[in-house]
Design a protein around this ligand. Structure first.
Ligand code: SF4
Length: 229
């Protein structure tokens, strides 16, 4: 199908030289605790339902998380937080996401990274975000018929998702609306949907208490409400 074709095309993308070098260097060097495991070391495709009502947009794969396991938010601490919440709110079958063959499944949801290759220090440049923009834009076009809510994790995912939505034909205001945890932006375009802001479940937010389990659950509970409205 079209999503499978998109995944195949993105999986061989080499458009960002700095990120190609990093994703492959990390995959060769490996973290000591994962020395016996193969690393994916390539772009990370979108994952989940092919006809989702909730689309979750993250920042970029973690060097030893998605870049190792080949599945977004899988095998790292951000994913532990995220999937626990998705499970509590009925959007994921299991509370953990450990590796690509763990039996996990998203329920009516799909997740994508705004930038699909692991960046050094988890920080893609704005140029890399824009270079990767066409991939998320194509994915949004393909799932637009069913999506009712786009949950953006962090301000980077927020900006990338809004730009991609604009490119996919949604009436996104200029300048881009400001990111905030719990901020909701209703959009019209190919369909009606709501963009919902959420702090990224990165360690710098979860360790410091800036983002709590309750705050994460509140966002996904609200996403479920909007999706079924
Ligand atoms: Fe290609 Fe995106 Fe990876 Fe850049 S970040 S190499 S555009 S898949």
């Amino acid at each position: 199908d079209d999503l499978t074709e998109l995944d195949a095309r993105v999986s061989v993308c080499r458009a960002c030289p700095r990120l190609v070098d990093w994703r492959e260097e990390v995959a060769l060097r490996k973290r000591a605790s994962f020395a016996d495991q193969p690393y994916w070391g390539r772009p990370i495709a979108g994952w989940g339902s092919p006809d989702p009502s909730v689309l979750i947009v993250g920042l970029a794969p973690a060097a030893n998380g998605g870049n190792r396991t080949g599945r977004v938010f899988t095998g790292d601490s951000s994913g532990d937080w995220l999937f626990a919440s998705l499970h509590r709110t009925g959007l994921a079958r299991q509370a953990t996401s450990v590796h690509a063959g763990d039996g996990q499944a998203l329920l009516g949801a799909r997740m994508v990274a705004a930038v699909r290759c692991a960046p050094p220090d988890n920080k893609p440049t704005p140029a890399e975000r824009d270079t990767c923009g066409p991939w998320i834009q194509q994915e949004i076009r393909l799932v637009a018929p069913t999506v009712r809510v786009v949950v953006c994790l962090g301000s980077f995912g927020w900006a990338a998702a809004l730009k991609a939505l604009r490119g996919a034909g949604y009436a996104v205001p200029r300048p881009l609306p400001k990111f905030g945890h719990g901020t909701e932006i209703p959009l019209s375009g190919p369909g009606h949907l709501t963009v919902l802001g959420c702090y990224h479940p990165s360690q710098q937010n979860t360790f410091t208490g800036r983002l709590t389990h309750d705050m994460l659950d509140a966002v996904f509970t609200r996403a479920q409400e909007l999706a079924s409205a």
